[in-house]
Design a protein around this ligand. Structure first.
Ligand code: SAM
Length: 460
């Protein structure tokens, strides 16, 4: 198989990124090729043209990537995508798959990951759907750039390209975010603000992030290549005049190369640099760079499940909330425990968590800035350890520390089934009995291939 070849394929399943997968058998005993074709669903026949063939062989097969040219009869699970830019923005790769089929597929992803780690016996519950499959994201990140037509847009890079696709009308963000992004785009256009161009290191504005709270107030962060921007304050004030829901505009300066969004320095241009948001009954203060669960409705369900399991312990002495972010989980457990220690490496998030505890009147919550692996060694014992790491999962030292502490309950909330499965196997190797483990997938990010998984491990 070569780049440019035309293929007739039948899709047998989806890969872990949500693209269709078809197996092409090699002639005369040649090794088979697994072809990834975005936007094709299991059971569908498709004509496609090969874009890339990997030189590597994985698990006895070669891999190739192809683009759909013609689709045969559509799967009964195929639906019309809600978003105008779905085909090119690269975010919601599953929008053409009916929502119930998405959650079934996500549960299967978790089952497969556990099976591959030798944990096939751990039961996995049904995937909890998002109460809102659209309009659920409370944060939006835009690249500021020009469409090929030259029009300035707030958009996203088309995958594997430097072209920017307009995200106006995005259906997965909360509606106030789209309203603010439209107003901001017009103001940036009127002020002729130049997009930053990485290749030539020219221009000014790189990214825009918007964060909405449950009341629809919006914090705007303008990420620029340099501090110097004479029109910044006037633009921020004009945005507040046009959109009363904008409660703060912040300039973040990021002059580093690469695609990290935020730089270290921030300046308030108008209003407040934080918003107070809520997950269930728990109120959390958020600054531009603090991590916060993007789907407040699903996060509330996951937090409730952790809370119910904690309540089942009876008296709870100490809770450790590792990878605490702005303290959402720690705050939601505050009234159940004698002491809560939250740990996160992000100092801005820890300041937000401290402010949240103060506002809630909790003096028994303590937040520590630092690496979880290092800080956990300072904690002798805990009744409940919450782990909510980024996609890479926990460092081995974290799992070893949890094994040493032998808490009555471990609540591991994960955004990556593979690292979760790896860490659970390591927990078992460190003496944490998985026999009573309960696993519930949650659909935090409908239409994307991501699945959030909660694993509750209680000692019998
Ligand atoms: C998935 S978020 C957790 C957010 C929080 N539990 C919540 O519910 O909002 C992961 C967090 O881990 C933090 N983090 C990543 N690596 C870390 C490390 N090695 N040590 C401490 N914190 C880390 C990030 O700053 C981020 O806030």
């Amino acid at each position: 198989m070569r780049k440019g070849d035309h293929l007739d394929l039948e899709c047998g399943g989806l890969d872990d990124q949500g693209a269709g997968l078809a197996r092409v058998t090699g002639e005369d005993g040649a090794i088979p090729t697994l072809v990834h074709i975005p936007r094709v669903l299991p059971g569908e026949k498709a004509a496609a043209v090969v874009d890339h063939v990997s030189p590597h062989i994985r698990q006895g097969a070669r891999e190739a990537w192809a683009s759909l040219t013609t689709l045969g009869s559509p799967s009964p699970d195929r639906v019309t995508p809600a978003c105008p830019a779905q085909a090119s923005c690269g975010g919601c790769v599953l929008q053409h798959l009916a929502y119930p089929a998405q959650t079934e597929w996500k549960r299967a992803q978790v089952v497969d990951a556990l099976g591959a780690a030798g944990l096939g016996a751990v039961p996995v519950g049904p995937c909890v759907p998002s109460p809102r499959p659209l309009g659920y994201r409370n944060q939006a990140k835009y690249v500021f750039g020009r469409e090929p037509s030259g029009r300035l847009v707030l958009g996203a890079f088309v995958p594997r390209s430097h072209d920017v696709v307009d995200l106006e009308g995005c259906q997965v963000i909360e509606p106030p975010l789209d309203e603010v992004s439209r107003a901001l785009r017009s103001l940036l256009d009127e002020a002729a603000v130049a997009p930053f161009v990485e290749r030539t290191h020219t221009g000014l504005l790189r990214y825009v992030t918007l964060r909405a709270n449950a009341e629809g107030q919006v914090l705007v962060t303008l990420v620029t290549n340099r501090r110097d921007w004479p029109g910044a304050v006037a633009l921020a004030q004009a945005l507040q005049d046009r959109c009363a829901r904008v409660t703060g505009v912040v300039q973040n300066v990021n002059s580093s190369p690469g695609n990290v969004v935020f730089g270290p320095d921030e300046f308030v241009l108008a209003g407040e640099p934080t918003v107070v948001d809520a997950i269930g009954n728990c109120r959390v203060r958020l600054s531009s760079r603090s991590f916060f669960q993007v789907n407040r409705h699903v996060a509330a369900l996951a937090y409730d499940a952790i809370r119910a399991a904690a309540a089942g312990l009876g008296n709870v002495g100490r809770v450790v909330d590792a990878y605490a972010g702005a303290g959402g989980i720690a705050l939601s457990l505050g009234d159940l425990a004698d002491e809560v220690i939250g740990i996160d490496e992000n100092a801005a998030a820890i300041r937000d968590a401290e402010a949240g505890a103060l506002a809630a009147g909790f003096s028994h919550l303590r937040f520590v800035t630092g690496d979880v692996a290092e800080r956990l060694t300072e904690v002798a014992a805990a009744d409940l350890v919450v782990l909510n790491p980024p996609r890479a999962g926990c460092a081995p030292g974290v799992i070893e520390a949890v094994g040493r502490m032998q808490p009555r309950l471990v609540a591991y909330l994960s955004c990556n089934p593979r690292s979760l499965a790896r860490d659970l196997a390591l927990l078992a190797a460190n003496g944490v009995e998985l026999g009573a483990a309960r696993i519930v997938p949650f659909d935090m990010l409908p239409h994307t291939p991501h699945v959030e998984t909660l694993c509750l491990v209680s000692s019998r």
